[in-house]
Design a protein around this ligand. Structure first.
Ligand SMILES: [Zn+2]
Length: 53
């Protein structure tokens, strides 16, 4: 389950598997789906706030 969490003062959604934060719930869900299957989806993780610093 993705969880809402404050990150850098923004409401974001966190993938519970890898811990990356996303602005869009859909992106966090896509990340989590990939993570649970053991697939690293670069197209999704590229949107993670951790990757945008
Ligand atoms: Zn993930």
């Amino acid at each position: 389950m993705v969880v809402m969490e404050q990150f850098k003062r923004e409401e974001t959604y966190r993938c519970e598997v890898c811990g990356f934060h996303y602005e869009a719930k859909g992106d966090a869900e896509a990340c989590e789906e990939g993570c649970e299957e053991g697939i690293c989806r670069n197209d999704v993780t590229a949107k993670a706030l951790e990757r945008r610093a």
